[in-house]
Design a protein around this ligand. Structure first.
Ligand SMILES: [Zn+2]
Length: 374
């Protein structure tokens, strides 16, 4: 880390030691809070290794859409969102299914713009719905949403961020379609949704050597801009390989959003056709557990980190409003930018405290945040 000493005179004299880091450091500080220990904590509860706390504690044996355990799982996810300080709610679209579960962080400057990070929490095992742990499919995406919610609850965003655990995915994206429909008819502006569904098992069980040991990032035509943002983040912040494809027949919960004209992208270990073709022998079986030796936990953690980097970029994480020019440093250039934009403004970056006025308060905000962004 290079360090420079800078002294400026702007009515007062300020000296600061300035490490020469880029803007990316801030994102890394956020996404590197994703740990395997915490991911496993959530997976253990969802797959019935650890009990859902309560009196009495309850071990989930499945999360089948029409069972009883899915309601206990849904309540637990709701309580987790709530415990992080999020505004938690249920979306019940059909009483015969478990509910969708939502945790929300309301945006600061453009709350009408909504960004969704989601995965389905229901499971399926056609030979015995009572024994359906669904670790890869899709406790993984559900735990990612809980984990991201816990970490990102510490931050503010320009737009509104929603973490959603959908139900009814296994019955053809019933929960996400109902949710997108409700949003559509309420006139909500969902800008982007990032859906995670199965990312523990890259590679193939029925082919040697394993081809396609990568993450699949799939969107429809209109959503390629999100896919590209994700690709950039995976290339920048993770070592894992990925491929981007464009296929409006990609069926997981992003598909529900597409039906109502919303842009959404899904992340998955292989395409659904590849999974149905045998890439994952444990898919929809009782062997889809945390103890599966084929699951790649490094790959999983990097999948969560890369996708979170995209989410916080799109939603406009507010880690460093005093960095007016977006260089990752609060320095003399930001101070001059504020002085040069003096007066009234409407959502301009120089209005650091966002009160509609570029004035002495913004100068003090810049001076108070002097140095590298967090
Ligand atoms: Zn799934």
């Amino acid at each position: 880390m290079r360090v420079a000493i800078l002294c400026v005179s702007a009515g007062l004299v300020l000296c600061a030691a300035l490490p020469a880091d880029g803007r990316g450091r801030g994102f890394e500080d956020v996404i590197n809070q994703v740990t395997l220990d915490e991911f496993h904590d959530y997976l253990r509860v969802l797959t019935g290794v650890d009990p859902v706390p309560g009196d009495p504690p309850h071990y989930l044996t499945n999360r089948y859409s029409f069972g009883t355990d899915i309601h206990i799982a849904g309540q637990w996810i709701h309580d987790m969102f709530s415990s992080f300080g999020l505004d938690a709610s249920f979306h019940t679209y059909d009483a015969s299914y478990g509910p969708n579960v939502i945790g929300e962080i309301v945006g600061t400057t453009r709350p009408e713009d909504i960004y969704i990070y989601c995965g389905h929490y229901d499971t399926y095992n056609g030979s015995n719905q009572d024994d359906a742990p669904g670790c890869d499919d899709n406790a993984s995406g559900t735990a990612a949403a809980i984990l991201a919610a816990r970490i990102l609850s510490q931050y503010e965003f320009e737009g509104t961020v929603r973490f959603i655990a959908f139900s009814g995915e296994e019955q053809w994206m019933v929960g996400s379609s109902a949710y997108a429909a409700a949003s559509y008819y309420a006139g909500e502006n969902i800008v982007a949704a990032i859906n995670l569904d199965m990312f523990l098992h890259p590679g193939w069980d029925n082919q040697e050597p394993d081809p396609d040991y990568d993450l699949d990032i799939g969107g429809n035509d209109a959503s390629q801009w999100i896919a590209q943002n994700l690709a950039d983040k995976f290339a920048t912040y993770t070592p894992i390989d990925f491929e981007v494809w464009n296929d409006d027949g990609f069926v997981s919960d992003q598909w529900g959003f597409w039906q109502y004209g919303y842009d959404a992208v899904g992340l998955i270990e292989n395409s659904p056709w590849e999974i149905w073709g045998g890439s994952n022998d444990d898919y929809h079986h009782a062997t889809d557990t945390m103890y599966n030796p084929d699951y790649d936990w490094d790959f999983a953690i990097h999948t969560i980190r890369g996708s979170m980097a995209s989410l916080i970029d799109l939603a406009g994480i507010g880690m460093c409003p005093a960095d007016v020019n977006g260089t990752g440093m609060v320095d003399i250039d930001d101070l001059f930018d504020v002085l040069g934009a003096w007066g009234t403004c409407d959502e301009c970056p120089e209005d650091v405290n966002n009160d509609g006025l570029v004035d002495i308060d913004d100068v003090f905000d810049v001076l108070g945040a002097w140095g590298p962004c967090p």
